[in-house]
Design a protein around this ligand. Structure first.
Ligand code: FEO
Length: 165
């Protein structure tokens, strides 16, 4: 059975959101590169590529159900962040927003009683759990680092106190 217009439009909206995500991560990759952070830049380039793959995968699904895909305007993205940690915090927030969008897409599939789309969307529900976790793991590293920095500060503080007798 062909995809309904409502379901098709909901996928089109999500495809644009995936391309917007790709642009966000590409913009972060360029910023990291400019700032000299090769590892972070590489991570963001890979992330951007994955988002583009999500968009194409969703488009292929819509085509396979006899639907159409049209790319509308894509929202502008930020071009700089306060720090590497701030960029990853923005990434986590963005992924949480995307999770909400995917949940809404799943709601449409439920309302449309579209079992094929429900099945297709299920892997993106799992994917969002993975994406949020991988960004969160990186944020844990940043937070550990700042704890160490605080330890370093208090170590120096104790040393100076000891020197003063
Ligand atoms: Fe395709 Fe990171 O959401």
């Amino acid at each position: 059975m062909n995809i309904s217009k409502t379901m098709q439009d909901a996928f089109n909206k999500q495809i644009i959101a995936e391309l917007w995500s790709a642009n966000i991560y590409l913009s972060m990759a360029f910023w990291f590169r400019k700032e000299g952070w090769k590892g972070f830049a590489g991570w963001m380039f890979k992330q951007a590529e994955e988002e583009r793959e999500h968009a194409i995968d969703m488009a292929n699904y819509v085509f396979s159900r006899g639907g159409e895909v049209k790319i509308a305007a894509i929202e502008a993205v930020d071009t700089e962040w306060e720090s590497p940690k701030a960029a990853f915090e923005a990434t986590l927030k963005h992924e949480m927003d995307v999770t909400e969008m995917i949940n809404k897409l799943a709601d449409v599939a439920d309302e449309e009683k579209d079992r094929a789309s429900q099945n297709f969307i299920a892997k993106y529900i799992d994917e969002q759990v993975e994406e949020e976790k991988s960004v969160n793991d990186i944020l844990v590293l940043f937070n550990q680092q700042s704890t160490h920095a605080m330890h370093a500060d208090s170590h120096i503080d104790r040393k100076l106190a000891a020197m003063q007798g």
